[in-house]
Design a protein around this ligand. Structure first.
Ligand code: FEO
Length: 398
């Protein structure tokens, strides 16, 4: 699908309607898209990013329908991950005069991945520009968004920011702009942010400052996944909240249960916390998609984890969730743990250790032998209240 998104700028959106998992990790309920952009100036032409493996032929066909590949002057590599670079060898072969523009760390990455000859490469740095004739491209370092070599590319004449993964979403859609795709864009952009960008919140904050300083202000933010944003203030405001806005009075209760005892405790914890006036999101890890748990944690203030003890430790589903949570680095600092055990405890302490390793302070724990009796249920309610009060105290006046 090719759509002109600004004068002389065409989105080549390669739609993966049926793709259901990304990075062997992230569910794709709406598929995804891999966006390259062709920028045609009065004198020169540049292709920004390419595509993932399997889309090489489609990409070349779509570009050559717009301009002869032999006349392509530049191929800009904003980011080296193969979902945007797999077609680099084919494009360079078909476009013999094209220079590959990338950052210094990008050079090492592309040579490791594709063994591109050094004489095809031009390294660019922050503030460098290339003139296309009536249009130019300016390069903006954006390290770690999402790999160390990443940069953004800005076309000031059309006020279009090519932001690569940043502000993207996993959505396949034939409609060219985010506001036409509708209500799924922000939730999917947030779920994308949670797993791809949240581990790099500081670089993301620096990038937000750089975007705010662009002159002129961007009129279009064109990411490499999902539809471009022609109302950039919508995605910019959302990112501002996710990256460094106040945490919300919200608690995620993530649990799993084998014989319903831990589930019973989870219900008591959740009901008691909710009664204190905080939002509670229960996530049963037996069925929950971890990308949704990650999304909850973008702006939640506390994580409460429940697990039975399985062979001396937490249930493997809880261990897997805690491994992911540690990796994606949510900003919250408050945690609690609870669970039931049959003949040996240990899960609750292990969860506390995992929470500490993830930078959280455990404010309360509860471990129950066997089925919870009234005193245990009361203790679970007390735990829910204590966590809620800690959250209300932490978020007061934000
Ligand atoms: Fe869409 Fe980090 O690649």
């Amino acid at each position: 699908m090719q759509k002109q998104v600004a004068p002389g700028i065409t989105r080549i959106g390669l739609q993966a309607w049926d793709e259901r998992v990304f990075d062997a990790l992230i569910a794709l309920p709406y598929g995804t898209s891999y966006n390259a952009y062709l920028v045609q100036g009065g004198e020169k032409t540049a292709l920004i990013d390419t595509a993932r493996m399997g889309f090489e032929t489609e990409l070349l066909g779509q570009v050559s329908a717009l301009t002869p590949l032999a006349e392509l002057d530049y191929l800009v590599m904003n980011h080296a991950e193969p979902d945007h670079t797999s077609a680099i060898p084919q494009v360079l072969a078909a476009a013999p005069r094209a220079r590959l523009l990338l950052t210094q760390p990008g050079r090492a990455a592309v040579q490791a991945l594709y063994q591109v000859e050094d004489d095809r490469i031009t390294v660019v740095k922050e503030g460098d520009t290339v003139d296309l004739g009536g249009k130019s491209l300016r390069f903006v370092d954006a390290p770690f968004l999402h790999w160390p070599e990443t940069m953004f590319t800005y076309c000031p004449e059309e006020a279009v920011l090519f932001s690569c993964d940043f502000m993207g979403s996993h959505i396949a859609a034939d409609l060219p702009f985010a506001d036409q795709v509708g209500g799924i864009v922000l939730p999917e952009a947030k779920r994308y942010y949670a797993q791809i960008m949240m581990p790099f919140a500081r670089p993301a904050a620096r990038a937000m400052d750089k975007i705010a300083a662009l002159d002129p202000k961007p009129r279009l933010i064109a990411p490499s996944h999902g539809p471009p944003h022609r109302r950039p203030e919508v995605i910019l405001q959302a990112y501002e909240q996710w990256v460094r806005g106040p945490l919300l009075p919200k608690i995620v209760v993530a649990y799993i249960s084998m014989w319903s005892s831990t589930a019973t405790l989870a219900q008591e914890v959740a009901d008691a916390a909710s009664a204190e006036g905080v939002e509670v999101i229960p996530r049963n890890l037996q069925v929950a998609d971890l990308s949704h748990v990650a999304c909850d944690l973008v702006d939640a203030s506390a994580l409460v984890v429940g697990s039975p003890t399985v062979l001396g430790g937490p249930h493997p589903a809880v261990a897997q969730a805690m491994t992911l949570i540690k990796a994606i680095r949510p900003r919250l600092k408050l945690a609690a743990a609870f669970g039931s055990y049959g003949w040996s405890g240990g899960a609750v302490k292990a969860i506390g250790d995992m929470a500490k390793a993830a930078g959280m302070e455990t404010v309360d724990t509860l471990e129950v032998k066997g089925r919870p009796h009234e005193a245990d249920l009361a203790a679970a309610r007390a735990l829910g209240r204590r966590v809620a009060q800690a959250v209300l105290s932490a978020t007061k006046g934000q």
